[in-house]
Design a protein around this ligand. Structure first.
Ligand code: TXA
Ligand code: MG
Length: 316
């Protein structure tokens, strides 16, 4: 689809109808989910999906998450075993992505799965995402709506700043409540954690009644979101800092004296919701050296620390 200037759509019936029409035409529409803003395209249209990779400047081996309205819809595209059904029943709609065996003749573009025999699916819990999926009526492939390797967007303005004329429209649904991406679990013989995220691991393990296997190892990028340097702000990042150096801007957590604070009250949910916005703000401030307060490594803290470790990794 030829690119007119980026349209900012309202999260009402007219905006959702316009967004769905752009998707039907093979265009790119960014939309809010409860985790981060997604960059959506018709998952069955090769050209449209190729447009996502082009707009993000994303390496082509990196597969995409498909968004659907319900688990019933999801079952048309992938096979659910008992673990998958249990997790979907407990956490969908929500911040959980399941990697499942792809059905033959699913019609999903091979560019979505990057040729893998599995499909990552999520049913988002956000009225605007749900409204767009209903208006469009099919699977929507959507990675986070940021240039590849940059910070994920949690407001429509972040999307405009990062992708602007590379996409057709963004539906402005305000700030994302969860603020970190979905937790990714692959449901083969052994359910395996591929990425920590918006649903705490403890909750998943309680639902399954056993521990998840772990595959968060950057050397084997089953989910290439596991690549070490990712989510990077422009400045260098140093973690677990109690006393910052003079040249560093402190990103605080808890009751500390900091330029920016993820949560002065030390609340992990608030910190997750503010994480990417704070990183964007540090870019806007021109911070060249960023120090981050220690953050407890449980619940949503795990997802926050995972993102921060990638931000701090040596840049490739
Ligand atoms: O919260 C989220 O998950 C957001 C919103 C928009 O839904 N989306 C998101 O997508 O974070 P993205 O593309 O930035 O991250 C998706 C991750 C990538 O690391 C990708 O490699 C992995 O999911 N992935 C996708 N399909 C996969 C598959 N078949 N097997 C393993 N990993 C897969
Ligand atoms: Mg991403």
């Amino acid at each position: 689809m030829t690119k007119a200037p980026l349209r900012i759509l309202q999260p009402d019936t007219a905006g959702l109808t316009a967004g769905a029409a752009i998707l039907q035409d093979g265009g790119l529409v960014s939309f809010p989910t409860e985790t981060v803003y997604g960059l959506g395209a018709d998952a069955c249209n090769d050209r449209a999906v190729a447009g996502i990779y082009a707009a993000k400047g994303r390496p082509s081996f990196n597969p995409l998450i498909v968004h659907l309205q319900t688990q019933q819809d999801a079952e048309r595209y992938a096979y659910f075993n008992d673990d998958a059904s249990r997790l979907a029943a407990a956490f969908w709609p929500g911040a959980l992505t399941l990697v499942l065996p792809l059905r033959e003749q699913s019609g999903i573009s091979k560019l979505v799965t990057a040729g893998l025999g599995t499909l990552a699916i999520r049913v988002p819990d956000h009225p605007v995402a749900q409204g767009l999926l209903r208006a469009f009526g099919g699977p929507v492939a959507a990675p986070s709506a940021n240039p590849s390797g940059r910070i994920s967007p949690t407001t429509a303005q972040h999307v405009v700043d990062g992708l602007n004329d590379k996409i057709n429209a963004v539906i402005d649904g305000g700030a994302c409540a969860v603020g970190v991406e979905s937790t990714i679990v692959s449901c083969g013989d052994t359910p395996t954690l591929l990425r920590a995220g918006g649903v705490p691991i403890e909750a998943l393990e309680a639902c399954l009644g056993r521990p998840l296997a772990r595959s968060e190892n950057p050397k084997t990028p089953v989910a290439p979101g596991q690549l070490a340097s990712h989510y990077a702000p422009k400045g260098t990042v140093r973690l677990d800092v109690v006393t910052p150096r003079h040249d560093e801007v402190l990103l605080g957590f808890g009751p500390v004296d900091a330029a920016l604070n993820l949560s002065p009250a030390g609340d992990l949910t608030e910190a997750a919701a503010r994480l990417f916005d704070c990183l964007h703000q540090l870019d806007a401030m021109g911070a060249t050296a960023i120090a981050v307060s220690p953050i407890p490594d449980h619940g949503l803290g795990r997802a926050i620390n995972d993102r921060l470790r990638r931000a701090a990794a040596p840049r490739g």
